[in-house]
Design a binder for this molecule. Structure first.
Ligand code: BES
Ligand code: ZN
Ligand code: ZN
Length: 496
């Protein structure tokens, strides 16, 4: 889909639909545009409101046919809700709703007149949400492809030429961020037989190549040579080669801060010998959503080129049961030398992350942030509207919270007091990979904390709940959400 801006008049614009937002109640005609459009349509909008068919309630839609009164044959109304309630998240919801509504009607080319001085961040948010709302994952469908409807063009119409460069910039940034999120969604939606660790690594190489990032990949032999014992333990049950993926964005100067982003990349989590139930396994192709979010964010970072050094570390492997699989009770030696008693092979995310977090130390990072579908317990605790965040540096967590509010990819802090460490004591190794059955998500965080020696600022984001579909949001389809890309990009853009 092409998104553009130009100076134009909604009366003469040759498109399939003009989209217009209408506030609820007394404020419906507070703006010039709805008044002008209503006049051009001989009062059709007012009439629709008077009939009670459309009230301007948030995300309400209605279609009007223009019968030649303006060039476009249709006007698509979308409710903006109450004027004093309009915020950036409602702009996202409204934009996605309006354009998916128009697409489903068969509209190919749509135009939206926008008021003078519409803030750039609103335009950016509208662009992101529109692209994300229109997203579909259908590479494996072979029937009814002709029934799939697509919107080809969206044009913002402005009155003043001087507005164009600013709006073009907002569109460009919005598209870059949306495309990073779509990349994460595509990777996460891809079934495990189409997205092995090797294929994920190839994708990472392509992303690096296209976006000016450095890329290095460790295969099984290299992981063994480098003593990534925890990750090797998880991978040993699978025929698929594990891949440790390193991407790097370097700014122009040498003294910039280094941020390390770490992603859990389990391309399929069967649980290993501590095998999951059939139902529990059904969504486990998505157990690499953390890796996907980090890759999506790196694509954006490669394009926006922030003045920061950003490193991505992705630990990619399958977790499978087999004659060579790791057994409950085995002891693994992690990258930094700490030993782990693996009492449950289904707590594998923390094992691969133990090596990755240990490896992060080599970059002398200012901050390390890991994203992982680590525990089912976080879904029980927090549901699907927020991820759980915990860590060793309150100011980093506060930065993440603020980035989460801005992007609506929210995080909620869980405590990580030392009191929780006791449950992870092992009789025969330095630590065991499960706690005492209470505070499951915090136990995961407390385990990971063990491997963050050597840097003082670390946050862990448990995205098991947010990586999937959230009911009620117009820009999250019934599949992977791509959660984390927008959050990480916001954090990096706001870093100072
Ligand atoms: N990948 C799962 C966590 C998960 C569960 C993500 C449901 C998304 C939806 C993780 O590897 C896992 O199996 N965790 C265990 C940990 C337990 C064995 C301590 C869990 O949550 O049950
Ligand atoms: Zn697991
Ligand atoms: Zn897992």
């Amino acid at each position: 889909m092409k998104i553009m801006v130009k100076v134009g008049d909604f009366r003469t614009e040759n498109v399939d639909a003009i989209g217009i937002g209408i506030f609820e109640g007394d404020e419906s005609f507070i703006d010039d545009r709805p008044i002008e459009l209503d006049t051009a349509l001989d009062g059709a909008i007012k009439n629709t409101i008077e009939l009670g068919d459309f009230k301007g309630e948030l995300k309400q839609t209605a279609i009007l046919y223009t019968h030649g009164k303006i060039q476009s044959p249709r006007v698509a109304l979308v409710g903006l809700g109450k004027l004093d309630k309009l915020d950036i998240e409602s702009v996202r919801q409204i934009s996605a709703k309006s354009l998916t509504f128009q697409r489903d009607l068969g509209v190919k080319r749509s135009a939206a007149p926008i008021p003078l001085d519409t803030p750039s961040e609103m335009i950016q948010a509208a662009v992101v949400a529109t692209k994300l709302g229109l997203y579909r994952f259908d590479p494996h469908k072979t029937v009814d492809l002709d029934k799939i409807k697509n919107l080809d063009e969206l044009t913002f119409l402005v009155d003043n030429e001087s507005e164009i460069p600013r709006i073009e910039k907002a569109i460009e940034i919005g598209e870059i961020i949306a495309d990073g999120t779509i990349l994460a969604r595509d990777l996460t939606n891809q079934p495990a037989n189409y997205l092995t660790p090797t294929i994920l690594a190839q994708k990472a190489e392509e992303i690096a190549e296209k976006n000016g990032l450095k890329c290095e990949i460790f295969d099984r032999a290299k992981l063994e040579a480098e003593n990534f014992g925890a990750m090797i333990g998880v991978a040993q049950g699978s025929h698929e080669e594990p891949q440790f993926i390193i991407l790097e964005h370097d700014p122009d100067r040498d003294d910039a801060d280094t941020i390390v982003l770490v992603g859990k990349g389990i391309t399929f989590d069967s649980g290993g010998l501590s095998i999951k139930s059939g139902k529990g396994m059904m969504t486990m192709k998505r157990d690499m959503a953390g890796a996907a979010a980090v890759l999506g964010a790196m694509q954006v970072i490669g394009q926006l080129k922030p003045d920061l050094r950003v490193i991505a570390l992705i630990a990619a492997t399958e977790n499978m049961p087999s004659g060579t699989a790791q057994r409950p009770g085995d002891v693994a030696r992690s990258y930094g030398g700490k030993t782990i008693e693996v009492l449950n092979t289904d707590a594998e995310g923390r094992l691969v992350l133990a090596d990755a977090l240990g490896y992060a130390k080599n970059y002398q990072p200012k901050a390390v942030i890991d994203l992982a579908t680590l525990t089912g317990a976080v879904v029980t605790a927090l549901g699907r509207f927020t991820a759980g965040v915990m860590g060793t540096d309150q100011s980093l967590i506060d930065k993440l919270r603020s980035a989460g509010e801005k992007t609506h990819e929210r995080v909620w802090q869980l405590p990580l007091w030392n009191d929780y460490d006791k449950a992870l004591k092992s009789d025969i190794a330095d630590v065991k990979n499960i706690g005492d059955g209470t505070a499951g998500s915090i136990a995961g965080g407390a385990f990971l904390k063990t491997f963050t020696d050597g840097y003082s600022s670390w946050a862990h984001i448990d995205i098991s709940g947010t990586a999937d579909y959230v009911e009620g949001s117009e820009y999250l389809p019934k599949s992977s959400s791509g959660y984390g890309v927008r959050l990480l990009v916001q954090l990096i853009r706001d870093w100072s």
